[in-house]
Ligand binder design. Sequence first.
Ligand SMILES: [Zn+2]
Length: 327
Amino acid sequence: MALRIVILGAYLSTAGLSHAAPPPYSAQENDAPHDAALAGRESISRSGVTATFPSDERRLAEHVLEVVLEERDDLSRRFARADLARLRVDVAASAEEFAALSYGGVPDWGAGCAFDAERRIVVRSPRAARAPLGLRTLLRHELAHLAIHDELGDVRAPRWFHEGAASAVAGEWRLEESAALAVAAWRGTLLPPSELERGFPSNARLARLAYAESYQAVLLLEDLSGAGTIEELVRRVGSERSFERALRRLASADAASFDALLLHRLRERFGLALLLRRGNLLFVGAAVLVLIGALLSWRRSRRRLSEWAHEERESRERRGDAGGSWR
Ligand SMILES: [Zn+2]
């Protein structure tokens, strides 16, 4: 049986580099590989939500179910057109399981993904991939993808809009995002949103930058439109016939001028000149953290070397071999 699959978005984990970015809106024909991946798994259900899991992840699955029910209620209140009545969440205990459950379409930095047609979310167990923002934020991000998809209706929005809106709904901004934008603004490597229309970079570092920029792009659009909230912005976009039309109506801009507006704003807010001029605390804080990290790493290395030397000395003494040239 062939299925049409749409991956709504992968969520960044702290894992390393990836194979390939997911095809966000390109439908794939597939013979439901997750049926095989689901064999032998257990499941629990409550109020329309089913969580499937391998037997040693029962406690995690119970927690996931509880969080999804709470977040679903909140998102259903915020997005009037969201249909989150029936959902399935598959908990993957390993990278292989995650790949099988997500049709292999998510880069290995992905910690979660959402499939809109199936009303299904896949999350990696924290044992398999440590999500930088915690499980609740990850689940909220993936649920937000489904709600935003419903609210947009027939309007096909670019990937940056989906990711930025889901990240904003999940409240994901941290010091790392500010630092990534500051570095990219300084090096002149900011990505124009029009390059994030159909997919994200497969490289984990660039993907992190893409998420941060997408978040800021959605905030810019919210400001320009006067929408006041992300859900109101998404509702207004969904009420237009196309995203291009929504951009013209809400921001008085086409894709190229919106690119220019965003890059200008990012340089203004995160660029080095401004950071130095105002002595931005975030920048100074990030620099101090990097220095502290380097110092701790250096001290750890020295301590380890000293422990090795000590062990070596003891070992040689036990062997009665005090001579030689080990020093
Ligand atoms: Zn996402």
